[in-house]
Design a protein around this ligand. Structure first.
Ligand code: 13P
Ligand code: SF4
Length: 311
């Protein structure tokens, strides 16, 4: 039996569900029971009947699963898979920031630690951030963290003036305007797809701005044949699978000669690590009980608002 079949058999024996984010390696996406964006992964975790969840992604995704399903065992193939965006928002500093803005509703991106979620009123992902911000009356004072690019983008499309934490993702910050413009010259018919974690100057080049799931949907449904994709290059695997006759070009980062831009944390997940973590049931994600209780409410609120809006 090859390792992919061994993983599937072990998962069946242990009643485990394998969830994967679009940014992990294509081989991992292929063996997963479900591949999705951050919102879909949280929705899937909330409804699973499995005893074990294997979260093929980064730590904050495993934490979100554990907070939603405290009675289940949540495994992560590599416990060192952190997230630069989540790390750009330390809990102590964020707590002081919240205290310095009394009366503000705190909206946090899902790419945060459980400690940050425990300080939050409602969590959002890039799939629902705009709609959840607009769910609050226009005059509501809001703190948005930690991604200043996503927050700035939402401010620009909603006319809000949310107070932004100045965090960012080291992958999305790196896309090069010059290299995307050069690619556009080479492929004038290509549509440019941009994740809102990118800098404003990159967002301005976009034909479509959206979460990984929204970019995927657009790339399948739009009539264009060629797309320049400014988000982590793992998404190209699913795009190519769903639209094999189309051409997907990864947008390059500005600081290297590499053609594509990868998240080194997402790429820590390998088939061997998925197999070992299922076999040995470690590394396991655990969240402090008190923090978990406080973090559950803003995540549930996000899921409730999303469901009420049909997202
Ligand atoms: P989405 O899949 O929600 O677009 O999130 C992107 C991301 O950066 C996950 O780490
Ligand atoms: Fe975090 Fe950026 Fe990697 Fe997503 S791509 S997990 S935001 S570091």
């Amino acid at each position: 039996m090859d390792i992919k079949e061994q993983i599937k058999q072990l998962a069946k024996e242990k009643n485990a569900v394998i969830l994967a984010h679009y940014y992990v390696d294509g081989a991992i996406q292929d063996i997963a029971d479900f591949v999705g964006d951050s919102l879909a992964l949280a929705q899937k975790a909330a409804e699973t009947t499995a005893d074990i969840i294997v979260m093929c992604g980064v730590n904050f995704m495993g934490e979100t699963c554990k907070i939603l399903c405290p009675e289940k065992k949540v495994l992560i193939p590599d416990a060192t898979a952190t997230c630069s965006l989540a790390e750009s928002c330390p809990a102590k500093e964020f707590e002081a920031f919240v205290k310095a803005h009394p009366g503000h509703t705190v909206i946090s991106y899902v790419n945060t630690s459980a400690d940050i979620k425990a300080l939050t009123d409602v969590v959002v992902t890039s799939s629902n951030a705009r709609q959840i911000v607009e769910y609050f009356p226009k005059e509501t004072p809001i703190i948005f963290g930690p991604d200043q690019n996503l927050g700035g983008y939402i401010n620009s499309i909603t006319g809000r003036e949310m107070v932004l934490w100045n965090g960012a993702c080291h992958v999305h910050e790196k896309f090069s305007v010059e290299k995307i413009v050069a690619l556009k010259k080479q492929y004038p018919e290509a549509k440019v797809l941009v994740h809102p974690e990118c800098r404003g100057a990159v967002v301005k080049l976009a034909d479509k701005v959206g979460s990984t799931a929204a970019l995927l949907k657009y790339s399948i449904e739009d009539s264009a044949d060629t797309f320049i994709v400014a988000t982590e290059s793992g998404i190209l695997h699913e795009m190519q699978k769903k639209a094999p006759h189309k051409t997907f070009i990864p947008a390059p980062p500005d600081d290297s000669t590499c053609a594509c831009n990868e998240c080194n944390y997402m790429k820590l997940v390998t088939l061997e690590k998925v197999y070992n973590c299922l076999k040995n049931e470690t590394p396991e994600i655990n969240v402090d009980e008190e923090i978990s209780k406080r973090a559950l409410s803003p995540i549930k609120k996000m899921l409730e608002i999303s469901a009420s809006l049909g997202l």
